[in-house]
Design a protein around this ligand. Structure first.
Ligand code: PLP
Length: 828
């Protein structure tokens, strides 16, 4: 202080200042002190790291004030427990939220660097499979932006979702080494660490005061270490945190005496312990018997709950009974649901609380979000394996169950069938622990993720629970963050929106309604089209670079990107493409409006049919793209390695969004919303949030087709026969025949046969039942596309009426109805 001359220019600190000059100094400091390379050896990735660290400094400063403010005010905090957080690249989003993009651009320019080139250096953390993990990331963005104190808790997987390559049309999985280059966003907190037990047995004893107590004698002990990533809100000081746990060996824990001194055994243990957080499991794959997966879940939940209790202990004059007043614990699907039994264990065994008071705290603290109705996706653990792994938790679950089933019997006397259905222990094909039941019984609030899904939950998988506790059930329709999925990924539209409706849409997406007034304005429509055209050209460049396929940005871009799954029905989309191919072959020169069909998505490595569907898409692509009679009208591209980074190029470039799941199977979807925000029209079924999107935009601006959920149930109950749909539809018969005869596989009649066989023999997702209506609907799409003004009008109205699908709306509902978490304004 004293050595600054009075005449020296007052300038901002290099770690906190938001001006271009302060940022430049921050970058230069990090290049020197954190990167430590000679100037001549500096490459864009070093500038990326230095800028990321400089940005982190600024967030860290906000983070300190945020934590202090909520602690000082004693405000309630949301803890969002999720096995997945699909965060996507961080630098661009953080610059946006701190509102320092142009400052960063200018700072780098002074150093001879280009911001876009530097942004491209980031390797995204792929710590999620798809929608569920991305939802958690959108919710963190909204929580911070809405100034709600929150902690995201999850797993720091060393290898996230695999990188997908396409070789000869097949998916090939490559390990994701996202940490190889280091992760500038996280701060390791080796002192924030907890022990996690596993295996062994539960020992019952009487303590000195004569009370019955239980002590867990573990077979194995490991340690979780916290890594914190700051989560900056948009345009506010609030900076929350994502805490991810990484597994370590416990070096000094002597399990049994004869191991002492066995150095090599100890090192081996260390290696084993660290495998716990090595790899993210794919979803869409049966996980029966995957003990390591249960360990992962228990590991991160135990660390998180111990951390929460620790924070509570550190607060003066706050007892553990106040846990539900200070923290809302949200279970993102059943993956963290072991938390119900773990919190009971911590309260009863470790803190000596009575069962009833511990149970009251537990139920008042937890909320449970269900994400699926698919029976095969509802988690259960085989009882023997569960008991060997978590012996004390099994006892606790039995006790929860005993008391719970008494309550059921009291409410429904004599209904033993209901008791059996509701039990936490399943009896069919071997005993198992039903995690959805545990989550439901242990939570005061249970919600589905779209209106239809929440209704189906109450009518099907959780019907009995709804009848017992109707007041616990609600709907919270998913949402997506307009910061990342509009402002950041569609800068052309961002500028047009700012100019047309003002900047308020970034934090109040319903402001997009202001666009409606321009839907019939010819000048505005032309500008709207120009933005879309530029986004399509940008995507076409990317597709060309990654697949070699050349797409014409003037064609209709028809896009389906999401995990590859039979229920999402990418194969229905392909049947339409083959229909057009067949029509063109039958009738050369047929005037059809030219379309580019774009796919992207990963298949679970063990999901046989999903991998064949990728092969089918690529086989059709190869055939179509190289046939001069066809490729003037249709082209097909499969974008490899769909992730958040390329999603940001894809959603803004769509004219048509494919949301064609079998009705009743997609809980909500969020991809559907990202497309809508960016002005795509949707072709879709009445499934998930599509229903609400159509309500918002108006039936006349949505391409609806297909069976409803009620139809699907009825058709299945009547004994669905796919053959009936083939014999009555020549076009469908011809299309299936082309695949079977090897038309797309160089005469090979085997490679794609499993897909056709599955459709002919069982067709579990009613692809053939919806085919005719889908194709007819696509013909209507083509007709509307030819009327450019009509299409543009519909496109504008889709954006204009997408406001409901902001994650800010969703998070406000969670905070108000479930969590009781209020706004905490943070100031310096
Ligand atoms: C939004 C998103 C998803 C979810 O897409 P759905 O169409 O809702 O299944 C999956 N992966 C990524 C990378 C996403 O951004």
């Amino acid at each position: 202080m004293t050595d600054v001359a009075p005449s020296a220019p007052v300038h901002e600190h290099s770690r906190t200042g938001l001006s271009a000059d302060a940022l430049r100094r921050g970058i230069v400091d990090h290049l020197r002190y954190s990167i430590g390379r000679p100037a001549a050896a500096l490459r864009p990735e070093h500038y990326y790291r230095a800028l990321a660290l400089a940005v982190r400094d600024r967030m860290q400063d906000n983070r300190v004030v945020s934590t202090q403010t909520s602690l000082d005010l004693g405000r309630k905090v949301t803890c969002y427990l999720s096995a997945e957080f699909l965060m996507g690249p961080q630098l661009g989003a953080n610059l946006l939220n701190l509102q320092i993009e142009s400052a960063a651009r200018a700072a780098l320019a002074e150093l001879g660097q280009d911001l876009d080139e530097v942004l491209a250096c980031e390797e995204e953390p792929g710590l999620g499979n798809g929608g569920l993990g991305r939802l958690a990331a959108c919710y963190l963005d909204s929580l911070a932006t809405l100034e709600r104190p929150a902690i995201g808790y999850g797993i720091r997987y060393e290898f996230g979702i695999f990188d997908q390559e396409i070789h000869d049309g097949w998916q090939v999985e490559k390990t994701d080494n996202w940490l190889d280059a280091g992760n500038p966003w996280e701060i390791a907190k080796p002192d924030v660490s907890y022990l996690v037990y596993w295996g062994g047995y539960a020992e019952h004893y009487v303590d000195d005061a004569g009370h019955d107590r239980v002590r867990w004698v573990p077979g194995r002990v490991l340690k979780g270490v916290a890594y914190d990533t700051p989560i900056q809100g948009y345009g506010v000081k609030t900076c929350n945190v994502l805490t991810l746990w990484s597994a370590r060996a416990v070096k000094s824990f002597a399990l049994d005496a004869f191991n002492t001194g066995d150095y090599y055994r100890a090192v081996e243990d260390e290696v084993n312990s660290e495998t716990v957080t090595k790899v993210l499991y794919p979803n869409d794959e049966p996980e029966a018997g995957k003990r390591l997966r249960l360990l992962q879940q228990y590991f991160f939940v135990s660390c998180s709950l111990q951390h929460v209790l620790h924070i509570l202990d550190d607060l003066a004059d706050v007892s553990v009974h106040e846990l539900p007043d200070r923290f809302a614990l949200q279970l993102n699907d059943t993956h963290p649901s072991i938390g119900v039994a773990e919190l009971m264990r911590l309260l009863v065994d470790e803190r000596g609380l009575g069962w009833d008071e511990a149970w009251a705290i537990t139920v008042a603290s937890f909320g449970y979000t269900n994400h699926t109705l698919l029976p095969e996706a509802l988690e259960t653990w085989p009882l023997p394996m569960f008991g060997e792994s978590l012996p004390r938790h099994l006892e606790i679950i039995y006790e929860i169950n005993r008391r719970f089933l008494d309550e059921v019997r009291a409410a429904f006397p004599g209904d033993e069938d209901r008791v059996r259905r509701m039990s936490l222990i399943g009896e069919d094909n071997g005993k198992s622990v039903r995690m959805a039941h545990l989550a439901t019984v242990g939570s005061h609030a249970i919600n589905g993720v779209a209106a239809l899904h929440s209704e189906l939950l109450k009518a099907s998988v959780l019907k009995d629970f709804y009848e017992l506790w109707p007041e616990r059930f609600s709907n919270k329709t998913n949402g997506v963050t307009p910061r990342r999925f509009l402002a950041l990924s569609n800068p052309g539209l961002r500028d047009l929106l700012d100019e047309t409706v003002g900047q308020g849409w970034l934090t109040d997406l319903t402001k997009l309604r202001g666009l409606e007034a321009y839907a019939d304005d010819a000048t505005f429509r032309a500008r709207w089209r120009a933005v879309k055209r530029a986004n399509k050209a940008r995507l076409a460049d990317y597709v060309h670079a990654t697949t070699g396929v050349e797409l014409n940005p003037d064609w209709l871009f028809d896009i389906q990107v999401k995990r590859i799954h039979e229920y999402k029905r990418q194969h229905l989309n392909v049947l339409h493409i083959i229909t057009l191919y067949h029509r063109l072959k039958q009738n050369p020169g047929l005037a059809i409006s030219p379309r580019a069909f774009i796919f992207g998505g990963k298949a679970a490595p063990g999901y046989f049919l999903a991998k064949r569907i990728i092969k089918l898409i690529n086989a059709v692509a190869d055939t179509v793209n190289t046939d001069p009679a066809v490729n003037q009208y249709i082209k097909v591209a499969f974008v490899p390695n769909f992730n958040v980074q390329n999603a940001q190029l894809i959603y803004p470039a769509a004219d048509l969004s494919e949301q064609i799941s079998t009705a009743g199977k997609e809980a909500s979807g969020t991809g559907n919303m990202k497309f809508m925000l960016n002005g795509a029209l949707t072709i879709g079924t009445l499934d998930g949030a599509n229903v609400e999107m159509r309500d918002e935009v108006g039936a006349e601006n949505f391409f609806l087709f297909g069976l409803t959920e009620a139809d699907v149930t009825r058709v299945k109950a009547q004994g669905y026969r796919p053959a009936d749909y083939i014999t009555t539809n020549d076009e469908l018969a011809a299309v299936l025949g082309l695949i079977e005869l090897g038309q797309f596989s160089g005469g090979d009649t085997e490679v794609l046969r499993p897909i056709v066989d599955s459709l002919r023999n069982s067709d579990p997702f009613l692809v053939l039942a919806d085919y005719a209506e889908y194709v007819a609907c696509q013909d209507r799409v083509s007709a509307v596309w030819r009327d450019t003004d009509a299409w543009t009008r519909m496109s504008i109205l889709n954006s204009a009426r997408s406001g409901k699908f902001s994650s800010d709306r969703a998070i406000t509902e969670y905070c108000d109805d479930i969590w009781g978490v209020g706004r905490v304004s943070v100031r310096d």
